[in-house]
Design a protein around this ligand. Structure first.
Ligand SMILES: Nc1ncnc2c1ncn2[C@@H]1O[C@H](COP(=O)(O)OP(=O)(O)OP(=O)(O)O)[C@@H](O)[C@H]1O
Ligand SMILES: [Mg+2]
Length: 250
């Protein structure tokens, strides 16, 4: 349903993505892990065209985007089919929770304000924020802001939801509420690519795990295999660093 083929991205002389191939079936949840600087955020941003991929093809559903021929129409189409949840929430500070959620519906999708408000309220209720419709981001906790971010992304009814370390900016006591919301929407069958280092969560929700390092996919597989029997040395070292309580045979 989503197929990335040979995605390359270079910043100046620094080749950050060195030909990424990835396939995600409809309704599947893929977790991406990897050390800082390995290119995880850049990859998600390429799928949403927040970064311009240098080379490669991005296929979402029946639409194929060739990085060599990026027309305005193609970029718009790509953005319609994916939506991003950011590490730092990226909400509009001067808009309420509800206004943040409906912004894209009104401005990009051009649906009526009345219909947008109805959908916005439903989505905020879904993420447990029906009581915070008129709150501004500064009046919300980090976990609540991130749940607004998730509702905003869902509002666009994307074919794939991209989440970039959605809980890493949160205080530990707020992580659970956001993971619970993500778990709930994952179970509803939305296709998802999530960068996360929450191993327990990935084991529980992801059907496939991808380990990236240095701009390449080093290893991928089922969570039950990759987390318990990593094959590659780099994967073992990384997992050992982030889950020192687990021991991997090296
Ligand atoms: N706009 C940019 N201009 C120049 N270099 C960039 C830019 N964005 C990212 N990079 C570089 O690309 C590399 C990959 O960055 P990226 O943010 O994709 O890594 P990451 O795997 O998401 O890391 P982290 O776990 O720290 O979020 C890094 O070396 C980074 O410095
Ligand atoms: Mg990142």
């Amino acid at each position: 349903m989503i197929k990335l083929t040979g995605i390359h991205k270079t910043f100046g002389k620094h080749e950050v993505l060195k030909g990424i191939d990835l396939e995600v079936a409809k309704g599947e949840v893929v977790a991406i892990l990897g050390p800082s600087g390995s290119g995880k955020t850049t990859l998600l941003r390429c799928i949403n065209y927040l970064e311009k991929p240098g080379e490669g093809e991005i296929r979402i559903g029946d639409f194929a985007f060739d990085a060599k021929r990026p027309g305005k129409k193609e970029i718009h189409e790509l953005r319609q089919r994916s939506a991003m949840v950011f590490q730092q929430y990226n909400l509009f500070a001067h808009k309420t929770a509800l206004e943040n959620v409906i912004e894209g519906l009104v401005v990009v999708r051009r649906i009526s304000k009345e219909e947008a408000l109805k959908r916005g309220v439903e989505l905020l209720e879904k993420v447990g924020l029906g009581f915070k419709l008129d709150a501004y981001p500064s009046q919300l906790s980090g976990g609540q802001q991130q749940r607004v971010g998730i509702a905003r992304a869902l509002a666009m009814e994307p074919e794939v939801l991209l989440l970039d370390e959605p809980t890493s900016a949160l205080d530990p006591e707020l992580v659970g509420e956001v993971l619970a919301v993500i778990r709930k929407i994952a179970r509803e069958g939305i296709t998802m690519i999530i960068v996360t280092h929450e191993i327990g969560f990935a084991q529980d929700v992801a059907s496939h795990v991808v380990f990236m390092d240095g701009g390449v996919v080093v290893e991928e597989g089922k969570p039950s295999e990759l987390f318990t029997h990593p094959k590659e040395e780099r994967t073992k070292q990384f997992l050992k660093r982030i889950t020192p309580e687990l021991s991997y045979s090296i």
